[in-house]
Design a protein around this ligand. Structure first.
Ligand code: SIN
Length: 200
């Protein structure tokens, strides 16, 4: 039996894990789409002006929202931590993700780094904000999402930084995500038009 567990991050956990880990790997999950449909009132916004951060929606639910939806792997970063969790990583993450996220277990595919696909996935823990949570915002036109992100800031920093860091990390790992990259472009254009730097 393995003495480690895997945690899969697809949002801020991709670029700012902030917890000790034995190893990290590019990884993906299947059956879910990443969308900026979760409101953030505790990290990238405040209750009076929520920001937008990512959550995962089952592919089966997406066709009802986006007629052109095509399932694709959702790339992120998987972190290996000791199964007895001596550093209290899970308690720390439960606290960090308390703004609407539930911890679920899913199949996680670890990228082998040399183009080989893994034969079998590992089980990994993933934080998902389901539509029932009180901060869930749901779909909106891309420009509306960009406008909301552009104007939001919270205790963890400016909301645009979240989008730009996530897009940069995905690009670095060679991962495609049309939704994230489209929002990045819309946001950069909006911030440039405002005379602010969109390159943070
Ligand atoms: C994650 O990164 O996996 C969860 C959402 C977030 O913290 O941004």
């Amino acid at each position: 039996m393995s003495d480690s567990l895997w945690i899969f991050g697809y949002g801020s956990l991709v670029w700012r894990p902030a917890f000790p880990h034995r190893a990290r790997r590019h990884a993906w999950i299947e059956g879910f789409a990443r969308r900026f449909w979760q409101g953030s009132t505790d990290h990238r916004g405040v209750p009076e002006r929520p920001g937008r951060v990512v959550t995962l929606l089952p592919d089966a639910a997406m066709a009802g929202h986006e007629p052109d939806f095509a399932p694709a792997p959702c790339w992120g970063t998987a972190y290996e931590v000791p199964i007895d969790d001596p550093d209290g990583v899970l308690a720390g993450l439960d606290h960090r993700e308390r703004g609407g996220y539930d911890r679920v277990e899913l199949d996680v595919f670890l990228h082998e780094g040399d183009g080989r696909l893994p034969r079998r996935p590992v089980r990994g823990l993933v934080y998902i904000a389901h539509p029932e949570n009180e901060n869930y915002l749901g779909p909106a036109p891309l420009d509306a999402i960009a406008a909301q992100v552009a104007g939001a800031v919270g205790p963890s920093g400016e909301n645009p930084q979240y989008v730009f860091e996530l897009a940069r990390s995905l690009r670095r790992m060679g991962a495609d995500d049309a939704h994230v990259f489209a929002l990045e472009a819309a946001l950069a254009a909006r911030l440039a038009a405002r005379g602010r730097s969109g390159s943070r």
